[in-house]
Write a protein that binds this ligand. Structure first.
Ligand code: CO
Length: 202
């Protein structure tokens, strides 16, 4: 099976060079992506492919249920590098409908370590309990929780000191919240973009 992957890789690299002779040479010397993607690890949500971007164009952080926990050194390292060194212009938190992490957070079943990881989603669910419990259909309720989780993570990113310091020194930086639909491959912009401290207050 892995031999297939290696063959795919050789074919891909050959096609890239056929299309653009200097492709890998250019990327070897530097990366200058304009976007940071914070998405779910789910295999059905491949970041670059969904938005049609090549290697070098998207800085990517993925974890289960696209969380941005302010104590997570992995996420924070990615965020600081993206903001301070790469100086990305846009940070996009991307959830997806039908996310297993969202349902696992609240369905009461025990999976193990990931139950701890998903704790912030249970907090979001508790905070919006009235709205969520009014949605009779289970899948629709999870999808709404998925959106609420993205909004919460956008708030986390925008509240981070690396981001706020960037705004304070006049750096242009926006934080967006999207949800991707597995059913049709389209992203839904939740229109919760934060471009500065004033937006965050709103
Ligand atoms: Co997911």
């Amino acid at each position: 099976m892995l031999d297939d992957l290696k063959a795919n890789n050789r074919a891909w690299a050959t096609a890239k060079v056929a299309q653009d002779k200097g492709f890998f040479k250019r990327l070897e010397s530097q990366q200058a992506p304009q976007y940071l993607w914070i998405g779910c690890s789910d295999s059905r949500v491949p970041a670059n492919e969904i938005v049609g971007l090549d290697p070098g164009e998207l800085f990517v952080h993925r974890n289960v249920a696209n969380l941005a926990p302010p104590q997570d050194a992995n996420y924070l390292s990615v965020l600081q590098f993206a903001v301070d060194v790469l100086k990305v212009k846009d940070i996009i938190v991307v959830g997806h409908y039908g996310c297993g992490g969202i349902s696992a957070a609240v369905d009461g079943k025990r999976l193990g370590l990931v139950d701890h990881w998903l704790h912030p989603i249970r907090e979001v669910a508790a905070r919006h309990q009235a709205e969520l419990s009014a949605i009779a259909d289970e899948h629709k309720r999870y999808d709404r929780l998925c959106e609420l989780n993205v909004v919460r993570q956008v708030r986390n990113v925008a509240s981070d000191l690396f981001v706020q310091d960037a705004w304070a020194r006049g750096q242009s930086l926006k934080v967006h919240g999207w949800v991707y639909a597995l059913s049709d491959g389209l992203v839904n912009d939740l229109n919760v973009t934060v471009a500065g401290l004033a937006d965050l207050r709103d």
